[in-house]
Design a protein around this ligand. Structure first.
Ligand code: TXA
Ligand code: MG
Length: 316
């Protein structure tokens, strides 16, 4: 059921059931993070392997000391600057967080979403919620309540509808290694903004072989239809005669062999492009196409997170 009733959402979570929640990045599939049996339902509903850890969400930074320890000063600094917002910090977990949440890893991802509806919900709960993106494992993340309903509607007790997600790509994930900040997933908080605050950071966002590293199986965010990434003119020529859809940044191309084109932002606005990315990919995936051809966006700001998602969709 889709709705906007916070008391139903709360009641379901308190009962150990799954509720889809809106966040500013993508919709999450939430359960009581302190209950291993509730969390187990997330893995089942998504068909997600249990080696892939979950992010824990709450409404206020002051609350997190109940669940994590040894919080580095840099984490407090990042939290003060960017939370609530599209940032996840990996911090040493206390025992109260079930091992299932972290896939047995010593650290837990902590995130404070900025969406007002979800903030209100989280404020009324006396536990945090574990929530991965509310899509079947490996598929494109949902940015509307309807996206969630289309694929997981039968597996969740309630879908809280907070409208389309404002940011549109997942949170930036950061860990702390030997006093340094390491970005493990490029996301809604641009690396440039983090670096403006604390200086240069390491980016290790491409490790795709080790599935316990965040992000980050190589093939992820993947449409059903073959998804190719590169120079769109060359790719279109290579695939002449096929039913081609194009996912472009700002300009459409006049081309008789292209059946459909999605323009992410005619004005070249990276925030708008991020906002529309996953819905555009979903829409094309439902069309009668042989393949989707996408082009890289500028490798700056949110463009870095978008390019990361495009590469994973193309399994590059
Ligand atoms: O924006 C977001 O982060 C969204 C919304 C719903 O909050 N959530 C999200 O969760 O994207 P998910 O599960 O789809 O992606 C989280 C990634 C996973 O790839 C996981 O491997 C990594 O974060 N991760 C989570 N906890 C981790 C940990 N303790 N250590 C290493 N990686 C972790
Ligand atoms: Mg996900």
């Amino acid at each position: 059921m889709i709705g906007t009733d916070l008391s139903i959402a709360k009641q379901q979570l308190v009962s150990g059931e799954l509720v889809a929640i809106p966040t500013e990045t993508v919709y999450g599939l939430a359960a009581n993070a302190l209950s291993a049996s509730a969390v187990a339902k997330i893995f089942a509903a998504k068909d997600r392997p249990s080696f892939d850890p979950l992010i824990v969400h709450t409404n206020a930074w002051e609350r997190v000391e109940q669940w994590v320890q040894d919080v580095p000063a840099l984490a407090h600094q990042l939290a003060a600057a960017f939370m609530p917002g599209p940032l996840t910090l990996l911090l040493p977990k206390k025992q109260v967080i079930p091992d299932l949440v972290t896939a047995g890893l010593p650290r837990v991802g902590i995130r404070l979403p900025r969406h007002p509806m979800t903030q209100s919900l989280l404020a009324t709960l006396d536990f945090p919620v574990a929530a991965p993106s509310a899509n079947p494992f490996g598929y494109i993340s949902p940015t509307t309540a309807q996206h969630v309903n289309d694929q997981l509607g039968a597996n969740v007790s309630y879908i809280l509808d907070g409208g389309p997600c404002q940011v549109g790509v997942e949170s930036t994930i950061v860990s702390f290694e030997e006093g340094e900040v390491v970005v493990l997933r490029k996301g809604g908080t641009p690396i440039e903004r983090i670096e403006a605050l604390i200086g240069p950071v390491q980016v290790k966002a491409y490790s795709t072989s080790n599935p316990t590293a965040p992000g980050m199986l190589k093939s992820h965010y993947a449409p059903r239809i073959p998804f190719l990434l590169g120079n769109k003119e060359d790719l279109i020529e290579e695939h002449a005669g096929k039913k081609v859809g194009v996912l472009a940044f700002r300009e459409s191309i006049p081309h008789q062999d292209v059946l459909f084109q999605q323009i992410l932002s005619p004005t070249g606005d990276l925030s708008e492009a991020a906002q529309r990315l996953f819905a555009a990919m979903r829409e094309m995936d439902q069309m009668d196409l042989d393949l989707i051809i996408a082009e890289y966006l500028p490798e700056e700001g949110l463009g870095r997170a978008i390019n990361d998602r495009l590469r994973r969709a193309a399994a590059l």
